[in-house]
Design a protein around this ligand. Sequence first.
Ligand code: CO
Ligand code: CO
Length: 319
Amino acid sequence: MPVPKNDNVLVGFEYKDDAGVYKISNDSCLIQTVDFFTPVVDDPYTFGQIAAANALSDVYAMGGKPITALNIACFPVKETEKKVFNLILLGGLDKINEAGAALLGGHSIDDKELKYGLSVTGVCNINEIYSNKGASPGDILYLTKSLGTGFVVSAICTDFLSADSLNEASLSMSKLNKRASEIAVSLKSPNALTDVTGFGLIGHLSEMMLASGAACEVDLSSLPAINGVYELIRKGINPAGTKRNRKYFSKYVSTSKNVDENLLWLAFGAETSGGLVMPVPESKSDALELAFKNAEEPLRRIGKVLQKEHDKGTLIYLF
Ligand code: CO
Ligand code: CO
């Protein structure tokens, strides 16, 4: 698609960023995003929470504050009890309230397959836009949530999944990236910011490195994972989205010998409502780590930003 030119568009879709950013005055901008999907868990209230947290996350991934939201609901009206729809919308509302945003309404249609999500509008200061661009050689890479939600979701209909793993994944997916984003932005720590969703850690890091003109290395053994996910991968649980990610993003990846194949799948794994990834200059890393620790927010060092070697296509070195 041709990218339309407009001087007020500060972040458009050319770098596959989390949300669009539009300048509305000399000092403030509007952040807009939309996201909806089919149920990832059986419990309708939890699904509503997850879908809303996932949609709101793209505003947090731009360093912004969500202010309004609209429901997008595709419901199989005849086949499903009305109670189910109510619970989904209540779960969503719960997260919109927690985000401090206002639900303004929405749109629903009768659809064979149930889908739910939000369109979210946020605001941010013009000097505080955090996009995929800006990662700089030497930056430390941090991740704020455990990986593996896609494997858990795919294993729901199998005998392999434990109640504990499902519970941990559900809590993680429904958790807002609000605190993590607020802390990082208040300290002005990150050089760039994104959230890990469908393209997986490798996919979203690739987009960030492409936009930043940099490369990075990731230590696979440092990746935080939901308990039990490694076992699911070993048992052969492998979502279609994850296979697509590996097929598409492998061209940017160089792996050292003897890397653990199962950890490699984890890194390519499609996520739902995943955590934030941020490259942070080493001089600001101690303060960031301390602030996350004090807030009891998880934060894991997973790698480092490197200079991109101009003769090579590699954006991510895995070891
Ligand atoms: Co995103
Ligand atoms: Co999105």
